[in-house]
Design a protein around this ligand. Structure first.
Ligand code: G3H
Ligand code: ZN
Length: 283
Protein backbone atom coordinates (compact mmCIF):
# COMPACT_ATOMS: atom_id res chain seq x y z
CA UNK A 1 0.00 0.00 0.00
CA UNK A 2 1.00 3.63 -0.38
CA UNK A 3 2.40 5.21 2.78
CA UNK A 4 2.62 8.74 4.14
CA UNK A 5 6.02 10.46 3.92
CA UNK A 6 6.15 10.10 7.70
CA UNK A 7 6.96 6.44 7.12
CA UNK A 8 10.51 7.49 6.21
CA UNK A 9 11.16 11.27 6.47
CA UNK A 10 11.70 11.38 10.26
CA UNK A 11 14.33 8.62 9.89
CA UNK A 12 15.91 10.45 6.95
CA UNK A 13 16.29 13.64 8.96
CA UNK A 14 17.65 11.80 11.99
CA UNK A 15 20.12 9.66 10.07
CA UNK A 16 21.20 12.24 7.52
CA UNK A 17 19.93 10.96 4.20
CA UNK A 18 17.31 12.20 1.75
CA UNK A 19 14.43 10.44 0.02
CA UNK A 20 13.92 11.21 -3.66
CA UNK A 21 10.72 12.45 -5.16
CA UNK A 22 10.66 11.28 -8.76
CA UNK A 23 7.88 12.68 -10.87
CA UNK A 24 5.72 10.42 -12.99
CA UNK A 25 4.97 11.45 -16.55
CA UNK A 26 3.81 8.16 -18.06
CA UNK A 27 3.84 4.38 -17.50
CA UNK A 28 7.53 4.01 -18.36
CA UNK A 29 8.48 6.60 -15.71
CA UNK A 30 6.51 4.68 -13.10
CA UNK A 31 8.17 1.41 -14.03
CA UNK A 32 11.70 2.83 -14.25
CA UNK A 33 11.43 4.49 -10.82
CA UNK A 34 9.88 1.46 -9.14
CA UNK A 35 12.44 -0.93 -10.66
CA UNK A 36 15.29 1.32 -9.51
CA UNK A 37 13.88 1.40 -5.98
CA UNK A 38 13.42 -2.36 -5.86
CA UNK A 39 17.04 -2.92 -6.91
CA UNK A 40 18.35 -0.28 -4.48
CA UNK A 41 16.03 -1.24 -1.62
CA UNK A 42 15.16 2.44 -1.32
CA UNK A 43 12.00 4.17 -0.14
CA UNK A 44 10.80 6.81 -2.60
CA UNK A 45 8.11 9.33 -3.42
CA UNK A 46 6.13 9.44 -6.64
CA UNK A 47 5.48 13.08 -7.52
CA UNK A 48 2.37 13.79 -9.57
CA UNK A 49 1.93 17.37 -10.72
CA UNK A 50 -1.42 18.79 -11.73
CA UNK A 51 -0.18 18.72 -15.34
CA UNK A 52 0.79 15.04 -15.09
CA UNK A 53 -2.58 14.24 -13.49
CA UNK A 54 -4.35 15.96 -16.39
CA UNK A 55 -2.21 14.02 -18.84
CA UNK A 56 -2.48 10.57 -17.27
CA UNK A 57 -5.85 10.80 -15.55
CA UNK A 58 -6.23 10.86 -11.76
CA UNK A 59 -7.35 7.24 -11.40
CA UNK A 60 -4.53 5.99 -13.63
CA UNK A 61 -1.99 7.84 -11.50
CA UNK A 62 -3.27 6.20 -8.33
CA UNK A 63 -3.65 2.73 -9.87
CA UNK A 64 -0.14 2.78 -11.37
CA UNK A 65 1.39 3.98 -8.11
CA UNK A 66 -0.36 1.24 -6.14
CA UNK A 67 0.83 -1.50 -8.49
CA UNK A 68 4.35 -0.08 -8.48
CA UNK A 69 4.38 0.07 -4.66
CA UNK A 70 3.27 -3.54 -4.43
CA UNK A 71 5.75 -4.78 -7.01
CA UNK A 72 8.73 -2.85 -5.68
CA UNK A 73 8.20 -4.02 -2.11
CA UNK A 74 9.57 -0.77 -0.64
CA UNK A 75 7.76 2.11 1.15
CA UNK A 76 6.23 4.39 -1.51
CA UNK A 77 4.36 7.66 -1.04
CA UNK A 78 2.16 9.07 -3.78
CA UNK A 79 2.51 12.82 -3.46
CA UNK A 80 0.69 15.68 -5.18
CA UNK A 81 3.43 18.00 -6.48
CA UNK A 82 2.82 21.78 -6.25
CA UNK A 83 -0.90 21.49 -5.49
CA UNK A 84 -2.50 24.86 -6.20
CA UNK A 85 -5.66 24.74 -4.09
CA UNK A 86 -7.51 23.07 -1.24
CA UNK A 87 -9.89 21.57 -3.81
CA UNK A 88 -7.14 19.86 -5.81
CA UNK A 89 -5.62 18.55 -2.59
CA UNK A 90 -8.94 17.07 -1.48
CA UNK A 91 -9.58 15.49 -4.88
CA UNK A 92 -6.21 13.75 -4.72
CA UNK A 93 -6.70 12.56 -1.15
CA UNK A 94 -10.11 11.15 -2.04
CA UNK A 95 -8.60 9.37 -5.05
CA UNK A 96 -5.98 7.66 -2.88
CA UNK A 97 -2.90 9.93 -2.61
CA UNK A 98 -0.95 9.31 0.60
CA UNK A 99 0.76 12.71 0.62
CA UNK A 100 0.21 16.20 -0.77
CA UNK A 101 2.09 19.40 -1.39
CA UNK A 102 0.19 22.62 -1.09
CA UNK A 103 2.19 25.34 -2.81
CA UNK A 104 0.98 28.65 -1.46
CA UNK A 105 4.34 30.34 -2.07
CA UNK A 106 2.84 32.99 -4.36
CA UNK A 107 0.41 34.15 -1.66
CA UNK A 108 1.30 36.76 0.95
CA UNK A 109 2.99 35.10 3.96
CA UNK A 110 0.03 35.19 6.36
CA UNK A 111 -2.33 33.94 3.65
CA UNK A 112 0.07 31.08 2.85
CA UNK A 113 0.00 30.11 6.56
CA UNK A 114 -3.79 30.25 6.70
CA UNK A 115 -4.31 28.16 3.54
CA UNK A 116 -1.60 25.65 4.44
CA UNK A 117 -3.08 25.17 7.93
CA UNK A 118 -6.42 24.29 6.37
CA UNK A 119 -4.76 21.66 4.18
CA UNK A 120 -2.78 20.23 7.12
CA UNK A 121 -5.93 19.91 9.22
CA UNK A 122 -7.80 17.99 6.51
CA UNK A 123 -4.85 15.84 5.43
CA UNK A 124 -3.59 14.89 8.90
CA UNK A 125 -7.10 13.84 9.89
CA UNK A 126 -6.80 10.99 7.38
CA UNK A 127 -3.08 10.21 7.83
CA UNK A 128 -1.91 12.04 4.72
CA UNK A 129 1.40 13.94 4.97
CA UNK A 130 1.79 17.56 3.84
CA UNK A 131 4.57 19.59 2.24
CA UNK A 132 4.36 23.37 1.90
CA UNK A 133 6.50 25.99 0.20
CA UNK A 134 8.03 29.34 1.10
CA UNK A 135 9.94 31.73 -1.09
CA UNK A 136 9.92 31.52 -4.88
CA UNK A 137 11.79 28.86 -6.83
CA UNK A 138 12.84 30.04 -10.29
CA UNK A 139 12.54 28.16 -13.56
CA UNK A 140 9.79 26.30 -15.40
CA UNK A 141 7.78 23.29 -14.33
CA UNK A 142 4.46 22.46 -15.97
CA UNK A 143 2.03 25.25 -15.09
CA UNK A 144 4.62 27.10 -13.02
CA UNK A 145 6.96 29.60 -14.55
CA UNK A 146 9.07 32.02 -12.56
CA UNK A 147 11.56 34.38 -14.19
CA UNK A 148 15.06 34.51 -12.69
CA UNK A 149 14.55 38.08 -11.47
CA UNK A 150 11.32 37.12 -9.68
CA UNK A 151 12.82 34.20 -7.80
CA UNK A 152 13.53 35.07 -4.19
CA UNK A 153 15.00 33.10 -1.32
CA UNK A 154 13.08 32.14 1.78
CA UNK A 155 13.64 34.18 4.93
CA UNK A 156 14.81 31.76 7.67
CA UNK A 157 12.94 33.46 10.55
CA UNK A 158 9.74 33.38 8.49
CA UNK A 159 10.31 29.75 7.56
CA UNK A 160 10.69 28.76 11.22
CA UNK A 161 7.53 30.64 12.17
CA UNK A 162 5.71 29.14 9.19
CA UNK A 163 6.55 25.64 10.40
CA UNK A 164 5.63 26.36 14.01
CA UNK A 165 2.20 27.56 12.91
CA UNK A 166 1.47 24.94 10.25
CA UNK A 167 3.38 21.86 11.48
CA UNK A 168 3.85 20.55 7.95
CA UNK A 169 5.72 17.25 7.53
CA UNK A 170 8.20 18.66 5.00
CA UNK A 171 9.06 22.25 4.18
CA UNK A 172 10.20 23.40 0.75
CA UNK A 173 12.12 26.66 0.90
CA UNK A 174 13.73 28.49 -1.97
CA UNK A 175 17.49 28.25 -1.37
CA UNK A 176 18.92 28.87 -4.82
CA UNK A 177 17.94 25.90 -6.97
CA UNK A 178 15.63 26.26 -9.98
CA UNK A 179 13.18 24.01 -11.80
CA UNK A 180 14.52 22.57 -15.04
CA UNK A 181 18.15 22.30 -16.16
CA UNK A 182 20.59 24.96 -15.08
CA UNK A 183 22.40 27.35 -17.30
CA UNK A 184 25.10 27.74 -14.68
CA UNK A 185 25.76 26.12 -11.33
CA UNK A 186 23.17 26.89 -8.67
CA UNK A 187 24.40 28.86 -5.68
CA UNK A 188 22.75 27.01 -2.86
CA UNK A 189 22.38 28.79 0.48
CA UNK A 190 23.39 26.01 2.84
CA UNK A 191 23.31 28.48 5.72
CA UNK A 192 19.58 29.03 5.22
CA UNK A 193 18.94 25.28 5.05
CA UNK A 194 20.98 24.75 8.20
CA UNK A 195 19.35 27.53 10.16
CA UNK A 196 15.80 26.43 9.37
CA UNK A 197 16.41 22.66 9.59
CA UNK A 198 18.03 22.92 13.01
CA UNK A 199 15.04 24.85 14.39
CA UNK A 200 12.15 22.71 13.13
CA UNK A 201 11.25 19.03 13.30
CA UNK A 202 10.47 18.57 9.60
CA UNK A 203 13.12 18.06 6.94
CA UNK A 204 13.76 20.66 4.26
CA UNK A 205 12.74 19.83 0.68
CA UNK A 206 15.02 20.69 -2.22
CA UNK A 207 13.06 21.37 -5.39
CA UNK A 208 14.73 21.49 -8.77
CA UNK A 209 17.10 18.64 -7.96
CA UNK A 210 18.06 18.18 -11.62
CA UNK A 211 21.43 19.44 -12.75
CA UNK A 212 22.69 20.09 -9.21
CA UNK A 213 26.27 18.78 -8.81
CA UNK A 214 26.67 15.73 -6.58
CA UNK A 215 28.84 17.61 -4.11
CA UNK A 216 26.18 20.31 -3.66
CA UNK A 217 23.53 17.66 -3.08
CA UNK A 218 25.65 16.04 -0.37
CA UNK A 219 26.22 19.37 1.35
CA UNK A 220 22.51 20.18 1.19
CA UNK A 221 21.64 16.86 2.82
CA UNK A 222 24.25 17.43 5.52
CA UNK A 223 22.66 20.83 6.18
CA UNK A 224 19.20 19.33 6.69
CA UNK A 225 17.56 18.48 3.37
CA UNK A 226 15.56 15.24 3.70
CA UNK A 227 13.60 15.18 0.44
CA UNK A 228 14.88 15.99 -3.04
CA UNK A 229 12.70 16.42 -6.13
CA UNK A 230 13.94 15.23 -9.49
CA UNK A 231 12.09 15.34 -12.77
CA UNK A 232 13.96 17.05 -15.61
CA UNK A 233 17.00 14.75 -15.48
CA UNK A 234 14.73 11.74 -15.93
CA UNK A 235 12.97 13.40 -18.85
CA UNK A 236 16.32 14.17 -20.46
CA UNK A 237 17.56 10.59 -19.95
CA UNK A 238 14.44 9.14 -21.51
CA UNK A 239 14.18 11.47 -24.49
CA UNK A 240 17.88 11.16 -25.33
CA UNK A 241 17.48 7.44 -25.97
CA UNK A 242 14.22 7.89 -27.85
CA UNK A 243 15.77 10.54 -30.09
CA UNK A 244 18.86 8.48 -30.84
CA UNK A 245 16.92 5.34 -31.63
CA UNK A 246 14.43 7.11 -33.87
CA UNK A 247 17.22 8.99 -35.63
CA UNK A 248 19.14 5.79 -36.27
CA UNK A 249 16.11 3.69 -37.22
CA UNK A 250 13.71 5.58 -39.47
CA UNK A 251 11.57 2.46 -39.85
CA UNK A 252 11.11 1.87 -36.14
CA UNK A 253 7.38 2.04 -35.38
CA UNK A 254 6.86 -0.12 -32.28
CA UNK A 255 6.90 2.20 -29.21
CA UNK A 256 8.17 -0.67 -27.09
CA UNK A 257 11.37 -0.71 -29.16
CA UNK A 258 12.34 2.84 -28.16
CA UNK A 259 10.50 3.29 -24.85
CA UNK A 260 11.89 0.03 -23.45
CA UNK A 261 15.55 1.08 -23.76
CA UNK A 262 14.61 4.62 -22.67
CA UNK A 263 13.03 3.20 -19.54
CA UNK A 264 16.20 1.22 -18.87
CA UNK A 265 18.35 4.37 -19.17
CA UNK A 266 16.09 6.26 -16.80
CA UNK A 267 16.24 3.46 -14.25
CA UNK A 268 20.02 3.87 -14.08
CA UNK A 269 19.66 7.63 -13.49
CA UNK A 270 17.24 7.03 -10.62
CA UNK A 271 19.47 4.37 -9.07
CA UNK A 272 22.35 6.84 -9.13
CA UNK A 273 20.23 9.45 -7.35
CA UNK A 274 19.15 6.98 -4.67
CA UNK A 275 22.79 6.17 -3.94
CA UNK A 276 23.76 9.83 -3.94
CA UNK A 277 20.88 10.71 -1.60
CA UNK A 278 21.83 7.87 0.77
CA UNK A 279 18.37 6.28 0.61
CA UNK A 280 19.67 3.00 -0.92
CA UNK A 281 19.44 0.09 1.47
CA UNK A 282 17.02 1.89 3.81
CA UNK A 283 13.95 -0.17 2.89
O1 G3H B 1 8.61 19.56 -8.01
C1 G3H B 1 9.41 18.96 -8.79
C2 G3H B 1 10.82 19.26 -8.84
O2 G3H B 1 11.11 20.39 -8.15
C3 G3H B 1 11.54 18.93 -10.10
O3 G3H B 1 12.56 19.82 -10.49
O4 G3H B 1 12.61 19.17 -12.88
O5 G3H B 1 14.35 20.63 -11.90
O6 G3H B 1 14.26 18.21 -11.31
P1 G3H B 1 13.50 19.45 -11.71
ZN1 ZN C 1 9.14 21.71 -7.64
Amino acid sequence: PLVSMNAFLPQAKKEGFAVGQFNMNNLEFVQAIAAAAAEERSPFIFGASEGAIRYMGLDNVVALAKVAAKESGVPVALHLDHGSSFDVVMKCIRAGFSSVMFDGSHYPFEENIRLTKKVVEAAHAVGVSVEAELGTIGGVEDDLEVAEEDAHLANPEEAIRFWEETRVDALAIAVGTAHGMYKGEPKIRYDIIEKVASSIEAPIVLHGGSGVPDESIKKAIAAGVGKINVNTENQVAMVKVVRELLDQNPNMIDPRKYLGPAREAMKEVVKGKMRLFGSSGRA
